[in-house]
Design a protein around this ligand. Structure first.
Ligand code: GLN
Length: 297
């Protein structure tokens, strides 16, 4: 690409990238190079761009053409009203995971209402996100409660087995001014967690089986394999978590899982086997079974 008279308009006319991807990457670059707002993609689309800008554009365009996810190129992802940093050490938060967040929030509110006066600032209700990755789930939930009178009655905890994922999660907590309210633990599921009883446990564990063809497709090829697959039948994390969750939950407490669209029956069966009650599955916004939750009876 010649650097003479190259403009946003000429890039958008000539690039082979998907138009939305190209615009997101261009916005990232105009913000980085010129601190321009997003609207300048339209109102300044005939301004001549600098050589430094064009060098970065050529590099990002090539990486995207190789398949690198846009979120890894811009280092950010918007998820349930919060901006998150993402890196190849963490899964890119998916829109369907917002359903787990929504159900988590309503389950916390229901539990507090069902137990009036039980929790206060010295006896808090513990909320746990197992396998937190970027921290998307626990941070989105904590952010929703931050301005509510309930906030002081809640204690947010999250764990991940990957120290590099936890660094990203901690950085996200700092950026969102939540680092005083969310504790992160390096732990293989419950193994290294302090012995607490939890009111609500949430998890979006690795659920693709080792031979799932999606692992070789699209953005997934660039995401951490250990966050996507259990290297077995896709259900081993649910078995492991459910086997230990009962003794870590308060009576009437809830467990909530995201799972693959064909796994609802299997996850329900695992919960049933571990004597959970009120087992329900909800569909995501694409109409696919996505979240299953249950109570400790
Ligand atoms: N939802 C992801 C996908 O199929 C998988 C995430 C996970 O394994 N927890 O793309």
């Amino acid at each position: 690409m010649s650097s003479t008279y190259t403009t946003i308009r000429s890039i958008l006319q000539t690039t082979s990238l998907d138009r939305v991807d190209a615009k997101v990457l261009l916005y990232y670059l105009i913000h980085h190079h010129y601190q321009w707002p997003r609207s300048y993609l339209i109102s300044h689309d005939l301004d001549v761009l600098s050589d430094a800008f064009l060098k970065d554009w050529v590099c990002l365009e090539a990486k995207r053409q190789e398949g690198v996810p846009v979120a890894y190129l811009t280092h950010t992802r918007y998820f349930h009203q919060i901006d998150l940093i993402v890196s190849p050490d963490v899964l890119i938060p998916r829109p369907e995971t917002e359903l787990l967040v929504e159900r988590g929030i309503s389950t916390i509110v229901d539990f507090l209402h069902a137990n009036p006066m039980r929790f206060n600032s010295s006896n808090r209700l513990n909320i746990l996100d197992l396998g937190c990755g970027s921290g998307a789930i626990i941070l989105a939930i904590a952010k929703q409660f931050q301005k509510s009178p309930f906030f002081a009655h809640l204690n947010f905890m999250a764990s991940d087995v990957s120290p590099s994922a936890l660094k990203v999660a901690q950085q996200n907590a700092n950026n969102l001014s939540l680092s005083d309210y969310v504790q992160f633990f390096e732990s293989n599921w419950f193994d290294q967690l302090p012995f607490e009883q939890f009111g609500i446990i949430l998890s979006n564990p690795p659920y693709l089986s080792s031979n799932d063809s999606h692992l070789q497709m699209g953005d997934l090829r660039f995401e951490p394999l250990g966050a996507l697959s259990d290297f077995a039948d896709g259900l081993s994390a649910y078995r492991l978590i459910c086997a230990q969750a009962r003794q870590r939950l308060l009576s009437g407490g809830s467990i909530l899982f995201e799972h693959g669209f064909e796994q609802a029956k299997d996850v329900q069966a695992i919960l049933h086997k571990e004597s959970f009650v009120q087992i329900l599955t909800e569909k995501d916004y694409s109409g696919l079974d996505r979240v299953t939750f249950a109570q400790k009876g």
